[in-house]
Each structure stands twice: as C-alpha cells, then as structure tokens.
Write a protein that binds this ligand. Structure first.
Ligand SMILES: Nc1ncnc2c1ncn2[C@@H]1O[C@H](COP(=O)(O)OP(=O)(O)O)[C@@H](O)[C@H]1O
Ligand SMILES: CC(C)(COP(=O)(O)O)[C@@H](O)C(=O)NCCC(=O)O
Length: 165
C-alpha cells in the first residue's frame, strides 16, 4: 500500500510518502504544483489529509481524484482517535493541532506533553498523560509578528527571515 499524507497549512504543505508503515520520503511543498508532481511520481494508492486552509481551496480534491484508493480526511469532530479529545468545541478545532497531539501521544505514551508548533501561527497545546488533548493557545507566527510590527508602528522596518532560519 502506498499512502500519501498531506498536512495542508496556511503557508505550506507538508507531505509524507509511506510504503505500508515505512516513511520513504517527506518534504515541504511550497506550491500545489509541487504536490501534484509528488502524486505523479510516487503514484499513491491512498491519501490521508489534514487541512486548515480555506474551504475554497479545492486543489487537494482535484489531486485526490487521481488516486484510485481511499481518501481519508482527518476531521477533529468525527475522525476516530487513539486519544480523548477534551476540547470544548471539536468542530472549530484545527486539524493540525489535534493531529500533532495524536503524534505526541504516540511518541510519549503515558506522559504529559507540551507541543509547540511554529507555523503561520504558533500553537502551544497540551496532551495530558498521553491520553487527553486539552487544547492551549494560538498566537501569531514569526512572519505575522514581523508584518504586524511594521504595519502598526511608524518606525519599525519590515524584517525578513534569513533563508536558513
Ligand atoms: N525558525 C523559525 N522559527 C519559528 N517560526 C518560523 C521559523 N521560520 C519560519 N517560521 C514561521 O513558519 C511559517 C511557515 O511554517 P509552516 O510549517 O509552513 O506553516 P503552516 O503549517 O502554517 O503552513 C512562516 O510563515 C513563519 O511564520
Ligand atoms: C490556528 C491555525 C490557524 C494554525 O494554522 P497553521 O499555523 O498550521 O497554518 C489552525 O489550527 C486553525 O485554523 N485552527 C482553528 C481554530 C482552533 O484550532 O481553535
């Protein structure tokens, strides 16, 4: 079984190519065309995706139409989980945050874990005892902070992150 996993964020798409349970390739795609090239080259039989991008973004559905097997979308309010979701409003929770919690519980079974995920936004989330997602905080990411400081002040220049950052 060849499975493509897609983590569609607000800035980039992170993908992983699995052959059965073995991760063969993982990378960051900057454009949807790059993800299309991975589908053409890797020829996945199945796709598992989680997205926090806007609902008008239909390119993922177009890509999945090229894949013969199952397409599974990870949805916080309905996807069965190996942990309990203690978030008060699962229907508004970002799939990336809950997926990270499932990953953290798998990496640190039975342990309290703080997840810090620095993307477009910086999310700090808590997994209690390796069994319950407790939620956390959402704050602007680095680029948003730079943009806000430049836009809403008179004297601060717009800083760019160095390419190696
Ligand atoms: N060294 C860094 N430390 C923390 N945040 C960073 C760093 N470099 C880039 N970023 C932030 O990460 C964002 C891109 O990360 P990414 O994982 O692609 O985001 P998303 O998951 O939201 O698509 C950038 O917009 C920037 O705000
Ligand atoms: C907070 C986010 C915008 C982060 O997106 P990202 O930085 O991964 O692109 C995303 O997780 C989201 O849209 N969350 C919905 C609100 C919530 O999780 O409570």
């Amino acid at each position: 079984m060849r499975t493509l996993t897609l983590d569609i964020g607000n800035t980039t798409v992170k993908y992983g190519c699995f052959e059965d349970d073995v991760l063969r390739e993982t990378a960051i795609a900057q454009t949807k065309e790059q993800v299309g090239e991975v589908v053409q080259r890797w020829k996945p039989t199945h796709v598992i995706l989680a997205s926090v991008a806007g609902p008008t973004d239909t390119w993922a559905a177009d890509l999945c139409a090229q894949v013969p097997g199952r397409i599974v979308e990870f949805k916080p309010a309905s996807t069965p989980l190996p942990i309990r979701n203690g978030y008060a409003t699962p229907q508004t929770l970002g799939a990336d945050r809950l997926a990270a919690a499932v990953g953290a519980a798998w990496l640190r079974p039975g342990r309290d874990t703080l997840i810090i995920d620095a993307g477009t936004a910086i999310k700090c989330d808590w997994v209690e005892g390796g069994h319950t997602f407790r939620g956390g905080s959402i704050a602007p990411g680095l680029r948003l902070r730079f943009q806000a400081l430049h836009t809403f002040t008179g004297r601060l220049p717009l800083l760019e992150m160095p390419p190696t950052c």
